[in-house]
Write a protein that binds this ligand. Structure first.
Ligand SMILES: Cc1cc2nc3c(=O)[nH]c(=O)nc-3n(C[C@H](O)[C@H](O)[C@H](O)COP(=O)(O)O)c2cc1C
Length: 181
C-alpha cells in the first residue's frame, strides 16, 4: 500500500510541516506500507487557468503531482486552517485535478496554532473532496497548538498524537484494503 501525504501550505515558517513529518514517521512504522510526501510549497503550481489535460505543455510539477495522486493507494492531507478555511494553495492544487481523486481513500489532518484544531477547515475540505469522488475516512486528527504539540524535527511533544494518528492511519489502511478487494 502506498500512501501519499500532501502538505497543503506553502507558508514560510509553517508549523504544519512538523505534522506532515510526524505522519510520515508513523507511516514508516507500518508493515506493508510505503509513503511519499507531496509538499505544495515545493511544487511549482501556477494559478489554475485550466485543468490538467487541457494545458499544453503542462508544468512538470503539475503532471508529477497528478501522477503521484493517481498512483497512490491512499492519501493523507495535512492542512492548516487559514481564516476558517483551508489554504488557497491547496484549493489551487485540487482544482487542477478531478479523476485522480475518484474512489481515493483520504484521511485528513487539520492544524491550528490555537485550541480548535483547525476544525473549521475540515468541513470545507470534506465537501470539496467528496464532490471530487474521494472517500474520506471519518476518523480525523485535529492538531491544536501545533507549536507546542510538535518539535521542529516532527516528533510529538504531546504523545497523545501518536495514538491519534495511528488510529486514523489504521482506519485509512482498513478502508484502502476493502476498496482494493
Ligand atoms: C493567513 C492565516 C490565517 C490563519 N487563520 C487561522 C484561523 O482561522 N484559525 C486558526 O485556528 N488559526 C489560524 N491561523 C494560524 C495557524 O493555525 C497557525 O499559523 C498554525 O501554525 C498552522 O499554520 P502553519 O502551518 O501555516 O503554521 C492562521 C494563520 C495564517 C497565516
Amino acid at each position: 500500500m502506498h500512501v501519499l501525504v500532501i502538505l497543503g501550505t506553502a507558508r514560510s515558517g509553517r508549523m504544519s510541516e512538523r505534522v506532515a513529518t510526524f505522519v510520515m514517521q508513523r507511516l514508516a512504522r507500518l508493515d506493508g506500507v510505503t509513503a511519499s510526501l507531496a509538499d505544495l510549497g515545493a511544487i511549482d503550481l501556477p494559478n489554475m487557468r485550466e485543468r490538467l489535460g487541457r494545458i499544453e505543455p503542462a508544468p512538470s510539477g503539475l503532471v508529477d503531482l497528478g501522477a503521484a495522486i493517481a498512483g497512490a493507494d491512499a492519501l493523507v492531507v495535512v492542512t492548516p486552517e487559514y481564516n476558517h478555511g483551508y489554504p488557497g494553495v491547496l484549493k489551487n492544487a485540487l482544482d487542477y485535478y478531478l479523476k485522480e481523486f475518484t474512489r481515493k481513500p483520504v484521511a485528513l489532518v487539520t492544524v491550528s496554532g490555537g485550541g480548535h484544531g483547525g476544525v473549521n477547515c475540515w468541513a470545507q475540505l470534506v465537501t470539496v473532496l467528496v464532490y471530487m469522488g474521494a472517500i474520506v475516512v471519518p476518523k480525523t486528527v485535529a492538531v491544536s497548538r501545533v507549536q507546542d504539540a510538535f518539535a521542529p524535527d516532527g516528533s510529538a511533544v504531546d504523545t497523545a498524537y501518536e495514538r491519534r494518528v495511528d488510529a486514523m492511519l489504521a482506519e485509512l489502511a482498513w478502508l484502502t484494503t476493502k476498496l482494493r478487494a
